[in-house]
Design a protein around this ligand. Structure first.
Ligand code: MN
Length: 229
């Protein structure tokens, strides 16, 4: 595997709390509309229709405390605060009751979205890829291992912009909880160690501008601080 035709790149990774080790990131999956109030604000019926997923490139991660350049090709950039689940192992058709065993730990992430581009994609039946998976679209904190913080199933998730509360919810209000999400996703693709899952955002999504300072919070994890430049 060392005879590459061009130079290779670093494996994307996240720091791990309590150690110098980095968690290597393979793929980033994201759950759509996983809080009822957010589904409603996006114009959808939040009844338990099956979850749906999209992806971001793993090199879209931005470290905590970093600057995020306002992306090109949008005039309506939305941050979505989400709990991020990191997997230490993978598989296909993982049963719900076993799914927590696959979790390495948790972080706090922003699913940055070019909402206007996504709107065009929805209207025209085009893919969401570049409205969701653009460069630096996934700021994420270091991970806290389950061995340190336990399983996280409830608690406040919130986002402030310039000190003003924008989004606030409770992890317990997810339509599809974390083990259900892992189980469902593993019925569609084979999950593997190093995969991240962005678990969806509560309501209150709105545009941000250059100069805004965002602080994302999930009880028990590091706050995520990002400046839009
Ligand atoms: Mn999202």
């Amino acid at each position: 595997m060392s005879n590459f035709a061009i130079p290779t790149w670093d494996t994307p990774s996240l720091p791990v709390a309590g150690t110098d080790a980095e968690f290597p990131v393979r793929r980033i999956y994201c759950v759509g509309r996983n809080y009822a109030a957010h589904a409603r604000e996006m114009g959808h019926d939040p009844d338990r229709e099956p979850p749906f997923f999209f992806a971001k490139p793993s090199d879209a991660l931005v470290p905590n405390g970093g600057d995020v350049p306002y992306p090109v090709a949008t005039k309506n950039l939305h941050p979505e605060i989400e709990m991020v689940v990191a997997l230490k192992s993978g598989g296909k058709d993982i049963p719900v009751e076993k799914a927590n065993d696959y979790i390495y730990g948790y972080g706090v992430g922003l699913d940055l979205t070019r909402r206007d581009m996504q709107g065009v994609a929805k209207d025209m039946g085009r893919p969401w890829d570049l409205s969701k998976g653009f460069d630096q679209s996934a700021p994420t904190t270091r991970l806290h291992p389950v061995s340190e913080v336990g399983l996280i199933e409830s608690g406040t998730i919130s986002l402030t912009v310039n000190g003003e509360m924008r989004q606030k919810g409770d992890l317990a209000d997810m339509i599809w909880n974390v083990p259900e999400t892992i189980a469902y996703l593993s019925s569609l693709i084979e999950l593997k160690s190093g995969d991240l899952i962005f678990t969806g955002t509560p309501d209150g999504v709105a545009a941000i501008e250059r100069g805004d300072v965002l602080i994302g919070h999930v009880d028990g994890l590091d706050d995520l601080t990002i400046t839009v430049v």
